[in-house]
Design a binder for this molecule. Structure first.
Ligand SMILES: Cc1ncc(COP(=O)(O)O)c(C=O)c1O
Length: 400
């Protein structure tokens, strides 16, 4: 189908939940995407941090093909070999002991919240309050939208789930002021993705860890966006040496196949049969893909490469900060990067990059957001920065 027909049929048959861009992709290879009209794009958004190994990554494709030929689904009533293997891989590469598999980030977070609530009920005298952060993003189910500290996502869907409070990200005093005798858990992203690629200083994380240790509060880290190598570490809690009781993972874990995972320590893994379940969670296809992904990305040299490429990219972007007064700052870790520019320029810059066949995004209405496949090369970074430089040069001229 050509783009015009796709647009008409989409309007007729698909619910109107996404503000869509006028492109439809038909194939991808490495860091390149191809659309219905035969155009080639350089992808620096990776399907919002999903395609961390890019497109048609041979080991992932092979794993999926092999699995599809054997069996795609049984049920969690039976033992599932790739699910068990992926769980073992995740456990061996993290500080956690047990995994529950779901199908998305929101669902992994629901699992974390349910597990925390059960733990509170049984082990912590019925405590149930969960503190999350303002500008956070945890998903679109009713409870994860409650956890998401942004009113715009919640306002049409009240009443929300009970027992949530919101603190300012990066402000330890505000967090302390929200804690009381009923505080069960803190749920937080290491880098706020949708909220604007917001980071907090090392001291904040040290104090936060001290706080949860002293007060016996559960720490849940949402690694749906930061996980699976995105920040140059398999999971971003490692950056600050945090010791969460649980993390959640999704997005890049299947490199395109839907998967979510809740990883927890033995201490808090108190689910029993009947407590929680998912028909598709951890099925053969998603976990076969997950194994190929984690085997590649957990390699030390791969993660080192992500950190190095991230440093190079930030260095190049910082040159733009020096050159243009409307380009304010660079933030992020590894290849999760935000470039803060004057907010009225953001939409336009993303569109201009699209016209130049480069995909980037934005976040929080404050930054240009780059989430490239982790397999990019220096020349791809150079191409993105050169194109941004030219666009900013035009803006500078127009402003004179
Ligand atoms: C940090 C974080 N948590 C949760 C989610 C929700 O994940 P999903 O869309 O797979 O439900 C997202 C999605 O952007 C996210 O960035």
């Amino acid at each position: 189908m050509d783009l015009k027909t796709l647009k008409e049929k989409d309007k007729q048959y698909i619910m109107n939940t996404y503000g869509k861009i006028d492109v439809s992709f038909v194939s991808g290879d490495g860091v390149k995407l191809y659309d219905t009209e035969g155009n080639e794009y350089l992808d620096f958004f990776a399907g919002i941090a999903v395609n961390n190994l890019g497109y048609s990554y041979p080991k992932v494709v092979e794993a999926i093909k092999n699995q599809a030929e054997k069996i795609m689904h049984s049920s969690n009533l039976y033992y599932i070999e790739p699910q068990i293997k992926l769980a073992e891989l995740l456990v061996k590469n993290t500080i956690f002991d047990k995994v529950f598999f779901a199908n998305s980030g929101a669902e992994a977070n629901e699992g974390a919240i349910k597990l925390a609530r059960k733990y509170g009920k049984l082990k912590l005298n019925g405590k149930f309050d969960i503190i999350t952060m303002k500008k956070s993003f945890h998903g679109r189910t009713l409870t994860t939208v409650t956890a998401t500290g942004q009113e715009k996502y919640q306002k049409h869907f009240t009443p929300l789930t009970e027992g949530f409070k919101y603190a300012e990200f990066g402000n330890i005093e505000d967090l302390k002021s929200k804690i009381d005798d009923n505080t069960l858990a803190i749920m937080i992203e290491v880098i706020q993705g949708e909220g604007g690629v917001n980071i907090a200083p090392k001291e904040y994380w040290e104090e936060l860890q001290k706080l949860v240790d002293e007060k016996g509060i559960l720490l849940i880290i949402d690694e749906v966006q930061t996980g699976v190598g995105r920040t140059g570490y398999l999971y971003a809690y490692e950056i600050y040496g945090l010791k969460p009781h649980m993390i959640t993972s999704a997005k890049a874990l299947g490199n395109g196949l839907p998967i979510g995972a809740l990883l927890a320590t033995d201490e808090v893994s108190i689910f029993e049969p009947g407590d929680h379940a998912s028909t598709f969670g951890g099925n053969f296809m998603a976990t076969a893909s997950g194994i190929a992904v984690v085997e590649e990305i957990s390699k030390k040299e791969f993660l080192y490469g992500v950190r190095k490429k991230g440093e190079y990219f930030r260095f190049k972007l910082n040159e733009l900060v020096k050159k243009y007064n409307f380009v304010k700052s660079v933030r992020g870790k590894g290849l999760m990067i935000g470039l803060e520019i004057e907010s009225d320029l953001i939409k336009d810059t993303v569109e201009k990059m699209l016209k130049r066949k480069i995909l980037i995004g934005s976040a929080g209405g404050v930054v240009l957001r780059f989430l490239p496949p982790l397999i990019i090369e220096e020349k791809d970074i150079d191409a993105v920065v050169e194109n941004l430089d030219e666009i900013f040069e035009e803006i500078k001229k127009d402003r004179k």
